[in-house]
Design a protein around this ligand. Structure first.
Ligand code: PDD
Length: 287
């Protein structure tokens, strides 16, 4: 399995970074996860521009221009021997230069970022898993107030997702001050009376690339939809609840805190949106 580290392609097992890397010591870095179908990246430019936004937010200069990123991402994809991939991209503020303090919260005077990428097989849900749907629990969103940054410091998300796993579920649906934010590693949509509803982009959630695709497809296919704040009561009264992400695509949540969502099976709009998403994906991949 091939990886990329600071301009070099190498076997993943040979990719080594300093133990003083600020990604390791402080969680000081940002990342992306890009889905790849039949060796073609899906919405790569959107992922690269979100990476740029994350880098801007943490005040770290992008080590590469867009053309260079594209070239290296495509090369890494081509080097793998499996067609459907989940491509991980990480940029950290790197290790301190010789002579600098070994650990110092303050930015190094001249940061030397670490860029690391690897791909693993993308395992999308089977039709049986889609038909069964997933279960979720609600949790208090106790993360910081810059959830719009795709930061590698994911401790809160990890702890919340693990609570869902411990409860035998797939995802934790987060509520902050009585309103829906997102999932531990996904965005959340709901359907009520045939209307698709999503929370608005803000500093309290990550604007998912899949979230954008779903809203674009809803607009293109005249599916009634609203983007607005969603109170907890609406989450609990939803006819349908979905989680969306690059790796999970559109997955219906059929049980929330042990209570069936709507009819307790994936709803008609989830099925329709999944079909639209699959068709859209095929079109993009053929182009
Ligand atoms: N996570 N919100 C959070 C907190 C996420 O971690 C993710 C994705 C999303 C959905 O974003 P997108 O549609 O761009 O994948 C929303 C990735 C997949 C991960 O951390 O593995």
């Amino acid at each position: 399995m091939n990886a990329f580290l600071n301009g070099t392609f190498l076997p993943l097992a040979d990719a080594k970074v300093s133990a003083l890397d600020r990604g390791f010591v402080f969680g000081d870095g940002v990342y992306e996860v890009v889905p790849v179908y039949s060796k073609k990246p899906f919405r790569l430019d959107a992922h690269l521009s979100r990476l740029q936004a994350s880098l801007d937010a943490i005040r770290l200069a992008n080590p590469y221009g867009i053309a260079q990123w594209r070239e290296w991402v495509l090369k890494l994809i081509a080097l793998q021997d499996f067609p459907d991939q989940s491509l991980y991209v990480q940029v950290t503020r790197g290790a301190p230069a010789p002579g600098q303090p070994l650990r110092d919260h303050a930015f190094p005077a001249t940061p030397s970022p670490t860029v690391f990428m690897f791909a693993q097989p993308l395992v999308v849900a089977t039709s049986r898993q889609k038909a069964a749907g997933a279960c979720a629990i609600t949790v208090a969103d106790d993360r910081w107030l810059r959830c719009d940054i795709k930061a590698i410091s994911l401790l809160a998300n990890v702890l919340l997702r693990q609570r869902a796993i411990d409860a035998g579920c797939a995802e934790a649906v987060m509520l902050r001050d009585g309103f829906l934010t997102e999932g531990a590693a996904s965005n959340i949509f709901l359907v009520r009376d045939g209307v698709l509803v999503a929370p608005p982009r803000s500093n309290l959630m990550l604007a998912g690339i899949t979230y954008d695709v779903v809203l674009e497809l809803a607009a293109a296919h005249a599916i009634p939809h609203e983007v607005r704040a969603i109170p907890e009561a609406e989450v609990r009264a939803a006819d349908e609840l979905w989680m969306t992400s690059s790796t999970r695509e559109i997955m219906a949540i059929v049980k929330l805190d042990g209570v069936p969502v709507g009819a307790g099976v994936p709803g008609p709009l989830a099925q329709r949106m999944d079909a639209l998403y699959q068709t859209f994906k095929q079109q993009v991949m053929r182009a």
